[in-house]
Write a protein that binds this ligand. Structure first.
Ligand code: FE2
Length: 298
């Protein structure tokens, strides 16, 4: 198990053209995608999907526990904070034992890193809150961050740790209830230059029921091959490759299978959450999703 240490938040210097970029995003949120959605042209009422999560060797104290999975919050000028707060209140109402967030927490700079950490801090979970990072968490303009934005993922990680959220960056974590264990393993985003499933499993314990976290479902088989029984992912926003030309150009997923929902793998199970945010949801028929798993013994 890797130790997840609480680190002190640090400020990042603002990059060149900060005000220009910020103005651009504000304008985009007002007159383009955000404007469309503010006009209620797209459905933003949340769907709550409920599934069992059977795990071999699951210890009795974990049986019947609730794992709530959310993804792609995209906290930014383009997604209203009060909208995210309302949906996270809905998550809290589920009284999760474990809260899992599979990346793209922000589409913005340090202010949104602080904001999303504050929002998640208000969602109680009896056992743990755990996250992995998505491509947008490394920087707005480049999938693995560029210039001063190279530090953004570290800044976000610090903020989340301070808010009581474990961030698994090629790391494993053992959750314990009454001395019994459930293992989570999370990878860095597949597009970042830090994606390393081998490192993520380096300290993982064999034989424990194991849930893998990867933002991009393209990483699911890498985790399954190394021992994850269930893999939780996001990134698709409910679209699969070929559904949406603009999305394919901007956010390609290699597999043309995964859109949203449950997928059986050879020796594992994959669930792709359709995401909470709406501003990147370019199709009109996608709704934000909260997934509630009940842990069961396989
Ligand atoms: Fe996303």
């Amino acid at each position: 198990m890797n130790d997840v240490l609480l680190a002190q938040p640090r400020q990042l210097p603002r990059g060149r053209f900060y005000r220009v970029k910020r103005a651009f995003w504000s304008l985009a949120s007002t007159v383009s995608l955000g404007g469309l959605y503010a006009g209620r042209l797209c459905p933003t009422w949340v769907r709550v999907d409920r599934l069992d999560m059977p795990l071999e060797g699951l210890a009795e104290p974990f049986v019947g526990r609730k794992l709530v999975h959310i993804s792609d919050l995209h906290c930014s000028p383009m997604v209203l904070t009060r909208y995210l707060r309302q949906l996270l209140e809905r998550v809290a109402a589920e009284q999760p034992d474990v809260l899992v967030v599979t990346g793209d927490l922000i589409t913005g700079g340090t202010a949104y890193a602080r904001r999303v950490a504050r929002l998640l801090a208000a969602v109680p979970a009896r056992v743990a809150r755990v996250a992995c990072l998505g491509n947008h968490d490394y920087g707005i303009y480049h999938p693995s961050g560029r210039g001063h934005m190279r530090q953004l993922s570290g800044y976000l990680t610090d903020q989340l740790h301070s808010a009581g959220v474990h961030v698994l960056r090629n790391q494993s974590l053992i959750l314990r209830v009454d001395d019994h264990a459930l293992q989570l393993v999370g990878v860095e985003d597949a597009w970042s230059d830090r994606y390393d499933p081998e490192a993520a499993f380096a300290h993982a314990r064999q034989g424990l029921p194991t849930i893998g976290l990867t933002h991009n479902p393209d990483g699911a088989r890498d985790l399954a091959r190394r021992g994850a029984h269930w893999i939780l992912a996001g990134h698709t926003h409910g679209n699969k490759a070929g559904d949406n030309l603009l999305r394919d150009a901007v956010l390609p997923v290699e597999s043309d299978v995964y859109a949203g929902g449950y997928y059986p793998l050879d020796d594992a199970h994959l669930y792709v959450n359709r995401g909470l945010s709406y501003a990147r949801r370019l199709n009109l028929n996608r709704r934000p999703e909260i997934t509630v798993f009940t842990l069961k013994r396989a």
